[in-house]
Write a protein that binds this ligand. Structure first.
Ligand SMILES: NC(=O)c1ccc[n+]([C@@H]2O[C@H](COP(=O)([O-])OP(=O)(O)OC[C@H]3O[C@@H](n4cnc5c(N)ncnc54)[C@H](O)[C@@H]3O)[C@@H](O)[C@H]2O)c1
Length: 209
């Protein structure tokens, strides 16, 4: 019997990984360690569907803004880019990692991602395209202090060593995520306070982002 210790297992990625392992490997013994900070939530752990991501993050915020008939607030000009990977794909890659012979990966550092990036503005537009809200529009607000212009990764090593690459397209992952937020309002409504965080700008102005 394999025993897997998942640290941060009550958080977004950790709880998705615990559920993934529980569904795929009923014979594994799973041990979760989590200090239950503001981010950890034991309600994330029972078996369920997917996302459970903090509402302050771009995709959950855009989706919930459409449902709440609010503007989709985009920081700066929205050109900052990220490598967006659907959480279940991330869990699949971690699972592949557990299956590979140790000799192949010992001492290695591996990027898990899609290897492609999309700007925040493109993501906001993609959410609007799927959800087609009547009331919500994109609204540009001040940039985040320390905004990173581009976060992406070279996923070729993951493919080479694990034989693993994302199976879902960005659009498919987004549609599943939107469906999840539409069907799980009872999970996210009590966490609405997390949708915006206070930022103090370089000029000392306090803004909600
Ligand atoms: N979510 C993303 O899109 C994303 C992207 C890139 C990197 N990451 C990184 O991946 C990791 C997990 O991300 P996430 O979105 O699941 O975060 P999360 O905040 O949802 O979960 C983190 C979990 O770790 C727990 N925790 C914090 N400190 C701990 C400690 N000392 N001991 C035990 N548990 C502790 C928290 O209570 C929480 O449950 C983080 O390091 C994050 O920076 C996340």
């Amino acid at each position: 019997m394999k025993t897997i210790l998942v640290t941060g297992g009550a958080g977004f990625i950790g709880s998705n990984f615990v559920r993934h392992l529980y569904r795929k490997h009923a014979d594994y013994r799973l041990i979760v360690v989590d200090s239950l900070t503001y981010a950890g939530n034991v309600q994330n752990c029972p078996d369920g569907a997917i996302p459970y991501q903090h509402l302050e993050k771009a995709i959950p915020r855009f989706i919930t803004s459409c449902i709440l008939k609010e503007p989709l607030t985009v920081h700066g000009d929205g050109s900052a880019k990220r490598d967006w990977i659907f959480v279940e794909e991330h869990c699949h890659a971690l699972d592949c990692l557990l299956d590979v012979e140790l000799d192949k990966i010992a001492g290695q550092v591996m990027n898990i991602g899609t290897g492609t990036d999309k700007s925040i503005l493109e993501v906001a537009e993609a959410v609007l395209e799927v959800m087609k809200p009547n009331e919500s529009r994109i609204q540009f607000i001040g940039d985040r202090p320390g905004q990173v212009f581009r976060h992406t990764c070279d996923a070729s090593k993951m493919k080479r060593l694990l034989g693993c690459e994302p199976r879902l397209s960005f659009e498919e992952g987004l549609e599943r995520t939107i469906r999840w937020y539409r069907e799980n309002e009872s999970w996210w409504r009590p966490q609405m306070w997390m949708r915006h965080i206070p930022i103090v700008t370089a000029k000392g102005k306090r803004e909600m982002h």
